[in-house]
Design a protein around this ligand. Structure first.
Ligand SMILES: Cc1cc2nc3c(=O)[nH]c(=O)nc-3n(C[C@H](O)[C@H](O)[C@H](O)COP(=O)(O)OP(=O)(O)OC[C@H]3O[C@@H](n4cnc5c(N)ncnc54)[C@H](O)[C@@H]3O)c2cc1C
Length: 311
C-alpha cells in the first residue's frame, strides 16, 4: 500500500516525487512512456530553458536528468495508468497497485503529433526532434509556425548546412525573439505562406513541392529530412473516465490542488484555473501545494514541518 501514487513523470511528476520523498511518503511514480521527462524530454530536450529558478540557462535533457537524480526510487516506466478505482480507504490502479492518495501529473496526457497526409509517409519525415546533432551537414526542413517549429529550426541550424522553415502564414505564433534569431542566420531560409503539396524521393534526397496559400504560387525545395511541428493532439478521455470534473483546458482544482474526487489531487499542465500559464516552475509550486495538503490529509495529527527554519 503506497501513501501516494503519482501518475505521469514529466518535470512536475518528477519534482513531486522528490518533494514526497522529502516528506517520507511511501510513493510510486508511474510513466506511460519508456522514459521520464514528459514534454521536456520528448519535445525540446536540447532547448536552453531560461526560466527555471537558479539556472540562467539549462538544457531540457539536463533538467530532466537532475530531476531524476533527485528521486530515491526509479520511476515505473512503460506503465500507463488506465484505471483508477476508488475503494473504501484507498485507490486501486490498473487492478494492481494500491495507494491512499493519488496525484495526477499527466500533463498533456497521452499525446500524438498531428501528422501529414499518408502520401507523405517516409522514413525521413519526423514528428519529434530528440537530437539535432544527428543531422550534421544535412539539409533540414521544418514545417510549422509555433514554438516547436522555431526551436527546432534554431537547433538544426547549429549543425545543418541548410535549414528551410515553411509556414502557411506570413505571421509566426512562436516567440518573436526566436524568429528574429532565425532571420539573422545565414543558413536559414524562411518560406511563407506555403503548404507542402507532394513529395518525391530521388537518390535519398526529398523533393518537396510547395503550394502558395491564398495565391497560385508553387515552389520546389530539396531536403534530406523534414520535421513536422504542427502541434499535438492530446487525449483527455481517461480523465473523464475516472470521473474528474474538467473544463476545456483541464482538471478543475481548488486552491489545495484537490480535484472533485476526495483523495485525488492534480498539478502541472493538466490543471485549469483562471490565470494559469503552462510553465514548468509553476507546476513545481503546484506540486508542493498538493503534497503539503496530501500530508495534512494522511497525517492530520502531524504538524508538518515546511522548513527546518520555520519561524
Ligand atoms: C516546444 C515547447 C517549449 C517549451 N518551453 C518551455 C520553457 O522554456 N519553459 C517552461 O517553463 N515551459 C516550457 N514549456 C512548457 C512545459 O514543457 C510544460 O509546462 C511542462 O512540460 C508541464 O509539465 P508536466 O509534468 O505537467 O506535463 P508533461 O511534461 O506533459 O508530462 C506529463 C507526463 O505524464 C505522462 N502520462 C500521461 N498520462 C499518463 C498515464 N495515464 N499514465 C502514466 N503516465 C502518463 C506523459 O507520458 C508525460 O510523460 C514548453 C513546451 C513546449 C511544447
Amino acid at each position: 500500500m503506497f501513501d501516494l501514487a503519482i501518475i505521469g513523470a514529466g518535470p512536475v511528476g518528477l519534482f513531486a516525487t522528490q518533494f514526497a520523498n522529502l516528506h517520507n511518503l511511501k510513493t510510486a511514480t508511474f510513466e506511460a512512456l519508456d522514459s521520464a521527462g514528459g514534454q521536456v524530454q520528448m519535445l525540446f530536450p536540447n532547448k536552453n530553458i531560461q526560466d527555471i529558478p537558479t539556472y540562467s540557462s539549462i538544457k531540457g535533457n539536463q533538467l530532466v536528468k537532475k530531476l531524476k537524480d533527485n528521486i530515491s526510487e526509479p520511476v515505473i516506466v512503460n506503465n500507463k495508468i488506465q484505471m483508477i478505482e476508488k475503494k473504501n480507504d484507498y485507490f486501486l490502479l490498473n487492478n494492481t497497485y494500491k495507494a491512499k492518495t493519488v496525484l495526477l501529473t499527466t500533463g498533456l496526457g497521452a499525446f500524438h503529433p498531428k501528422k501529414l497526409p499518408a502520401k507523405f509517409d517516409n522514413e525521413h519525415i519526423h514528428y519529434f526532434m530528440p537530437d539535432a546533432q544527428i543531422y550534421q551537414n544535412k539539409i533540414a526542413t521544418v514545417l510549422g509556425g509555433g514554438d516547436s517549429a522555431l526551436d527546432w529550426a534554431i537547433e538544426l541550424a547549429q549543425y545543418c548546412k541548410e535549414v528551410n522553415l515553411i509556414h502557411r502564414r506570413n505571421e509566426f505564433r512562436g516567440l518573436e525573439s526566436n524568429l528574429k534569431t532565425l532571420q539573422t542566420l545565414k543558413n536559414v531560409k524562411i518560406l511563407t505562406p506555403y503548404l507542402p503539396k507532394d513529395i518525391n524521393v530521388v537518390d535519398n534526397l526529398i523533393q518537396l513541392q510547395l503550394k502558395g496559400v491564398g495565391n497560385n504560387d508553387s515552389s520546389m525545395i530539396e531536403t534530406n529530412d523534414i520535421f513536422v511541428a504542427y502541434g499535438y493532439k492530446s487525449d483527455n478521455r481517461l480523465l473523464k473516465k475516472w470521473g474528474l470534473t474538467l473544463n476545456q483546458e483541464g482538471i478543475l482544482v481548488d486552491r489545495s490542488m484537490a480535484t472533485n474526487i476526495s483523495g485525488i489531487y492534480a498539478a502541472g499542465d493538466n490543471v485549469s484555473y483562471p490565470g494559469r500559464v503552462p510553465m514548468i516552475a509553476l507546476g513545481f509550486g503546484e506540486a508542493q501545494i498538493a503534497i503539503s495538503n496530501i500530508m495534512a490529509k494522511l497525517f492530520p495529527e502531524k504538524k508538518i514541518t515546511l522548513h527546518s527554519t520555520s519561524i
